[in-house]
Design a protein around this ligand. Structure first.
Ligand SMILES: NC(=O)c1ccc[n+]([C@@H]2O[C@H](COP(=O)([O-])OP(=O)(O)OC[C@H]3O[C@@H](n4cnc5c(N)ncnc54)[C@H](OP(=O)(O)O)[C@@H]3O)[C@@H](O)[C@H]2O)c1
Length: 251
C-alpha cells in the first residue's frame, strides 16, 4: 500500500511527496528509483516537520508509534491499518486531541459511498431482511472480511439495533431470526474484494454490490482523504464526511 500511495502522490500535481518512513534502513539498491527530493528514512522526527499529513498502512504497533510522532510534530494522521483493537483506537483518539486523525478499514471510494447508501436503506426499510455475501481470493486468512463487518455495523447503527445478531453462514436447522444479519464468506481464485448486500421483504429484493479490481482503489481514496484532512483542526474525522460532505449527513 505504501508504494501504491507513493505512486499516486507523485502523479498528483496538487501533492508534494516529502518522503516515506521505513522500518529498517535499506541498501540504496533495495528500492526502486526514488525521485530527487523524496526522503526515505527510519526517523519520523526528520520527516514529519516537513509534512502536512502522514498516510499509514502498516501494523497496529507501528500505527500507534507513527500516530504519537504526528501528535508531537502537529502533522495530520491518516491510517488504513486493520486489526486495531479497542485499546489501539482509544490511543488514536488521544492523538486526535492534538492533530486531525482519520482511520478507515476500507479506503475505497465505492465502499465509503456504499455505507452511506446502506444507512439510508436500513432506515427506510426497517423490517427487511439483510444478508451480506463477501468473496475474496483463496489466500485470505480472516472470515468474514473486515469490510463485511463494517457494512453490517453501518446497517445496525442506522437501525439502532446494536443488539441484533450477526450470523456467519448457516448450517443444519438454522431458521432466520428477526433482525439478524447473515454474512457469508466465499473464498475462491484471485478475487480482490467483492461485497453484495441484500435487502429483502416477502415480495421484493434489492441488492447493492461493490467489487475492487485492484489495491490502487484504496490508495486513491487514501490520497483523496489525506488532501482533505491536512490543515484541519485537531479531531476525529470520518471518511464519508470528508469525501462526501453532503451525502455523509444521510449516514
Ligand atoms: N484501509 C484500507 O483500505 C486497506 C487497504 C489495504 C490494506 N490495508 C491494511 O493496511 C496494512 C498494510 O497492508 P499492506 O498490504 O500494505 O501490507 P504489507 O505489504 O505487508 O506492508 C506493510 C508495511 O508496514 C511495515 N511495517 C509492518 N510492521 C511494522 C512495524 N512494526 N514498524 C514499522 N513498519 C512496519 C512493513 O515494513 P517492512 O517492509 O519493513 O516489513 C511494510 O512496509 C494492513 O493492516 C492491511 O490490512 C488497509
Amino acid at each position: 500500500m505504501g508504494r501504491a500511495v507513493a505512486e499516486l502522490a507523485l502523479q498528483d500535481p496538487t501533492v508534494h511527496l516529502v518522503g516515506g518512513l521505513l522500518r529498517t534502513r535499506r541498501a540504496p539498491g533495495d528500492l526502486e528509483a526514488v525521485p530527487p527530493g523524496v526522503q526515505l528514512t527510519t526517523d519520523p522526527a526528520s520527516l514529519l516537520p516537513e509534512a502536512d499529513v502522514l498516510i499509514d498502512f502498516t501494523a497496529p504497533e507501528a500505527t500507534l508509534q507513527y500516530a504519537r510522532a504526528c501528535a508531537s510534530h502537529r502533522c495530520a494522521f491518516l491510517t488504513g491499518t486493520t486489526g486495531l483493537d479497542p485499546g489501539h483506537l482509544e490511543e488514536l483518539r488521544v492523538v486526535a486531541a492534538h492533530v486531525p486523525v482519520l482511520h478507515a478499514s476500507n479506503f475505497s471510494l465505492g465502499i465509503a459511498l456504499l455505507r452511506v447508501f446502506l444507512s439510508v436503506l436500513a432506515r427506510a426499510l426497517p423490517d427487511w431482511d439483510v444478508e451480506i455475501v463477501e468473496q475474496h481470493h483463496r489466500y485470505k486468512r480472516d472470515a468474514p472480511s473486515g469490510t463485511a463487518l463494517l457494512l453490517a455495523a453501518s446497517i445496525r447503527s442506522a437501525r439502532q439495533e446494536v443488539a441484533s445478531e450477526i450470523v456467519s453462514g448457516r448450517r443444519g436447522i438454522a431458521p432466520r431470526q428477526p433482525g439478524e444479519i447473515g454474512i457469508h464468506a466465499v473464498r475462491a481464485g484471485g478475487e480482490v474484494g467483492y461485497h453484495k448486500v441484500l435487502f429483502a421483504s416477502q415480495d421484493e429484493l434489492l441488492s447493492l454490490s461493490h467489487r475492487v479490481y485492484s489495491r490502487r482503489a484504496y490508495a486513491v481514496g487514501a490520497v483523496a482523504a489525506a488532501k482533505l484532512l491536512a490543515g484541519r483542526s485537531p479531531g476525529w474525522y470520518r471518511i464519508d464526511e470528508l469525501l462526501f460532505p453532503t451525502l455523509g449527513q444521510l449516514a
